[in-house]
Design a protein around this ligand. Structure first.
Ligand code: 13P
Length: 287
């Protein structure tokens, strides 16, 4: 069932668990995540970056594929189709294309411009029954060529953006996209607690979910994190499983080169990663 993400994240916040956002890149990724969510009776958010949307030939293709798959696979758990780190223009395109949720990442604008653009997109999203995430304090690492420094968000700026009527908020607390460097200082829980209290307990989003130690994930959930984004970990699992298949020469045996066979170990690896995360985040049987 394609739904906006507001209700599932409010339930997660109140129930002290988090819903995973898993980024999709193609049909195999999408199918693997949907099937795992259904098997575990978990709500799920499919994240689409602007780059992945372009790769899949556009947001309209993605929306049509996801809606059709939900129907043909008999997916009954709540699924949100969410634009990840959207630009102002990209957010508008996804609203038109039939996404059920968008993120407007205005963190690189000054706060006044972030406020103005977020306000406009909140009205547009809500008029279409679409949920909207905004960001304060850029997330570190690289996302579609944009490199953030991993700022810690200012609680007052978070309060201001939260008061614009957004449904959930991504606030930088030292988290980084991609693999964490060995000298990473960890999440800033003091900042997280201040942000949670300053924003009237709006559901908070933790980006950069790959490689965060399990105890930190649990603490973050206890401090109001209700959505956790995972991308790199699925990509790494997929690449590793595919490499093992090829290195074992299996693509040269029988019909091993058939793309459906060649991609199968990677798909299984994505399913295992998504399952592990849903169990850790506590969203199993919360559909
Ligand atoms: P990772 O790639 O580090 O898992 O982060 C994903 C993310 O935050 C997408 O917005």
């Amino acid at each position: 069932m394609l739904v906006n993400a507001t209700e599932m994240l409010q339930k997660a916040r109140d129930g002290h668990y988090a819903v995973g956002q898993f980024n999709i890149n193609n049909l195999e990724w999408t199918k693997a995540i949907l099937q795992t969510a259904q098997e575990l009776n978990s709500p799920v958010i499919l994240g689409v970056s602007e780059g992945a949307g372009k790769y899949m030939t556009g947001f309209a293709t993605v929306a049509a594929m996801v809606k059709s798959m939900i129907e043909t696979l008999g997916i009954t758990v709540p699924v949100a189709l969410h634009l990840d780190h959207g630009t102002y223009e990209g957010a508008k395109k996804c609203i038109e294309a039939g996404f059920s949720s968008i993120m407007f990442d205005g963190s690189h604008y000054d706060i006044e411009e972030n406020v103005a653009k977020t306000t406009e997109l909140v009205a547009l999203a809500h008029a279409n029954n679409i949920s909207i995430e905004a960001e304060v304090g850029s997330i570190g690492g690289e996302e579609d060529g944009v490199v953030g420094m991993g700022e810690v968000a200012d609680p007052q700026e978070c309060a201001r953006i939260a008061s614009l009527g957004i449904d959930f908020l991504a606030a930088g607390i030292g988290n980084i996209h991609g693999v964490y460097p060995a000298n990473w200082k960890g999440l800033d829980f003091e900042a997280l607690e201040k942000i949670h209290n300053a924003t009237n307990h709006i559901p908070l989003v933790l980006h950069g979910g790959t490689g965060i130690p399990e105890d930190m994930i649990r603490t973050a959930i206890n401090l109001g994190v209700s959505k956790i984004n995972v991308n790199t970990e699925c990509q790494l699992a997929f690449a590793k499983a595919t490499r093992a298949y090829v290195e074992a020469g299996k693509d040269l045996q029988g019909k091993g080169f058939d793309p459906r066979k060649l991609l199968a170990p990677g798909v299984d690896a994505i399913k295992a990663t998504v399952k592990e995360k849903m169990e850790l985040f506590g969203s199993v049987n919360k559909a």
